[in-house]
Design a protein around this ligand. Structure first.
Ligand code: GCW
Length: 682
């Protein structure tokens, strides 16, 4: 079959079978569960497909009988319990946590044993990833997830459009209904399972209550049936006002008994059709969405309403902390949207039921190219939390610009909050270790669509791949993950590998340089599109994404001494660092401090000269991507080569538009000349 972008990193491109490969390739597959549509069964079929496509090796699947466990050169796939039952003792297998697996390629046969069936499937994809990279080394290791919540959120609307989606219309919905043909959903399930994502919320957080209509609940069941064999559960977003707007009640107060009954009834109906639904995702009292504040109830009252409804089924509620006033007034020096999450949630710490998880965007504003880690992570000591990331490049070039995001995510995950003067990395907080919670993890907004690139650009898929890897192990190295992804997606060619690695690793610094640097956010259009340069839109808007730039000064003063108090939301050591412009990392200077354009950076350069230079440097790097890519012509199939080439050509030009728009804007505003005489008329 012709290979195309749909396979993503599960391409199984043909490789020559060297001597080592001949002696190492399994000649049988033994699966320890023959129930079709079980993850172990799927694992067997996936192995068979991989072996055939990569090494043209046609291998039979046997359904575990005792004798076969000893078969020479078989690959055995199943859970540890299934292995014990069919094959005998499994004493060598180390203790595994839920979803974990053990992979052993040493000796006469390969064993892939999961703690559960999902884990077995993950281990199978791991083994296939080795094979597809021509890696036949002897390994024996186990791996366990850092957290049990490894979700993705789709922002798909029932009419088939996708909010902030750049890869075409929805694979789930069309014309207020769930689509008949779910072939693309199967493909998506494979991709997600291969990077160990275990749940997908299928509809937009700006939710439409019609999803709860009986016929739609039945159809949700069809979606769940497609994901289930891959170990991926589904979840749904709810509209808080549904009892009134859809259910015919005249109220949606979370403490009202008719409302409570209504939600539990709906929940029962859903679980009847989808007994393993992962849970609910809630956006309430945010950006015009209805919420408990209408009835003077707390956000915890709202979260607990749903928590009680799903509790009997083992479901969880992801409650978003993205709650803020979007009609802020900039004439108030103290107004600051960044303060909102802590203001709204801190006093509710400890009031959430134990199956509620507060889902927190990584930064205090909104998926910007550079933000400090959200201080909310350090303020909820008795509440389960998850981090919300965005694979969708909403503010980061919307898949028309190459921006590899793993380094950004690692910056946040590695950040040490120093809660109680003890090591408190965001990673340890959200994986529930730091405060000993039962639940924790991550969710990423991933707006894949029907486009054959999935996200709108082939190169953007490295972000989905890396997200899954980090959700499993948040200390995975961004460059290592990238190299695996490149080998699996394109080819093992050394030069190709180095080139795409270099471009990707340079991409976030480049974007930051030509869009907005020194912590000023992206300077993109804030009012409508979130795309392209529009520095003027960054002030005097109700959204509270401000720069406070005037003729002589720029930056938000978020200090306690004379600003918005935001820095005071961090534990003392971190607060002290951000309070002074001497100790604030320069890449966040303008996030925390309001300074003169002539303020000197550690380099000796002024802020304004740094702006000019960084924008030139970033645009130059981006223009270089095109040449680097073109050096790979002939090494990649024409279709993908050309699609990517066009994107990079566009980015090269658009980076110049960015550079000049931003530089001219601040040049006009400040009247300060560029030392290198590039900006303005000379
Ligand atoms: O970034 C903003 C987006 C909205 C989005 C919102 C959110 C789904 O512009 O489109 O709504 O965030 O995260 O809820």
């Amino acid at each position: 079959a012709a290979k195309n972008g749909l396979d993503g990193w599960l391409r199984y491109a043909p490789l020559p079978c060297s001597h080592q490969c001949h002696s190492k390739l399994p000649s049988n597959i033994v699966t320890l569960n023959q129930t079709t549509r079980s993850p172990v069964y799927v694992a067997g079929s996936e192995l068979q497909k991989g072996l055939k496509e990569i090494y043209a090796s046609h291998v039979q699947i046997h359904h575990g009988q005792h004798g076969q466990c000893k078969d020479f050169s078989a690959v055995i796939v199943g859970t540890v319990a299934q292995y014990r039952k069919t094959c005998g003792p499994a004493d060598e297998v180390p203790h595994l946590d839920e979803d974990g697996f053990w992979l052993n390629t040493k000796g006469s046969h390969v064993r892939i044993l999961g703690q559960n069936e999902k884990g077995t499937l993950y281990g199978t994809y791991e083994y296939l990833s080795m094979l597809a990279q021509g890696n036949f080394s002897d390994v024996a290791y186990s791996t366990n997830p850092s957290a049990l919540i490894r979700w993705v959120n789709q922002w798909d609307n029932m009419d088939g459009s996708i909010e902030r989606g750049y890869g075409g219309p929805s694979i789930f919905f069309r014309g207020e209904k769930i689509v008949d043909d779910l072939a693309r959903v199967i493909q998506y399930a494979r991709l997600l399972a291969s990077v160990r994502i275990n749940a997908v919320v299928v509809n937009n957080v700006n939710a439409n209550a019609t999803l709860l209509a009986p016929e739609n609940i039945q159809c949700l069941g069809r979606i769940a049936d497609v994901f289930r064999p891959y170990g991926v559960q589904i979840g749904i977003s709810l509209n808080f006002a549904s009892p009134k707007t859809f259910g015919g009640l005249n109220i949606f107060d979370p403490l009202d008994t008719t409302v409570i009954k209504w939600w539990s009834n709906i929940t029962n109906q859903i679980y009847q059709r989808v007994p393993d639904m992962a849970g609910y995702l809630i956006k309430a009292d945010s950006e015009g969405q209805p919420g408990p504040q209408t009835y003077n109830r707390t956000l915890a009252d709202a979260a607990n309403l749903f928590a009680k409804a799903v509790k009997p089924y083992g479901g969880i509620v992801m409650y978003r902390s993205f709650v803020y006033d979007h009609n802020l007034n900039q004439s108030n020096w103290k107004a600051d949207r960044a303060n909102a999450a802590v203001d709204f949630f801190k006093h509710l710490d400890g009031k959430f039921n134990d199956n509620v998880v507060v889902q927190i965007k990584y930064g205090p504003i909104d998926f910007q190219v550079r933000e400090p880690a959200s201080p909310l992570f350090a303020n909820l000591l008795n509440t389960s939390m998850a981090i919300e990331l965005q694979v969708t490049q909403e503010y980061l070039g919307q898949q028309s610009h190459l921006v590899y995001l793993a380094p950004l995510w690692r910056d946040i995950l590695d950040f040490d909050m120093r809660v109680d003067h003890k090591p408190s990395s965001v990673r340890d907080i959200v994986t529930a270790k730091r405060f000993n919670r039962k639940l924790g993890g991550s969710a990423a907004v991933v707006n894949v669509g029907t486009n054959t690139t999935w996200l709108g650009s082939h190169l953007a898929m490295s972000n989905l791949y890396a997200y899954g890897r980090l959700a499993w192990n948040p200390t995975d190295d961004p460059e290592d993950m990238l190299r695996d992804w490149i080998r699996l997606t394109f080819d093992l060619d050394r030069n190709l590998l180095d080139t795409i690695t270099r471009m990707s690793m340079d991409s976030r610094p480049a974007y930051e340089n030509y869009s907005g640097n020194l912590g000023i956010q992206t300077l993109t259009d804030i009012l409508y599109t979130h795309y392209g340069p529009n520095p003027a839109s960054q002030d005097n808007n109700g959204w509270g994404q401000w720069t406070r730039a005037d003729r002589t000064t720029i930056g938000m003063d978020r200090t306690v001494k004379n600003g918005t108090d935001f820095s005071g939301q961090y534990p003392p050591e971190v607060a002290a660092m951000y309070e002074s412009n001497e100790t604030t990392p320069e890449n966040l200077l303008l996030w925390f401090h309001h300074v003169d354009y002539t303020h000197r950076l550690h380099s000796g350069k002024t802020v304004i000269q740094h702006f000019y230079d960084a924008h030139y440097q970033g645009a130059e790097t981006a223009q270089g991507f095109l040449d680097q890519w073109e050096s790979l012509q002939g090494k990649i199939d024409h279709e993908r080569y050309e699609h990517i080439r066009q994107r990079l050509e566009y980015q090269a030009g658009h980076s110049i538009v960015w550079r000049d728009t931003i530089n001219n804007f601040y040049h006009n505003l400040s009247g300060i000349a560029d030392k290198a005489k590039r900006v303005g008329n000379h």
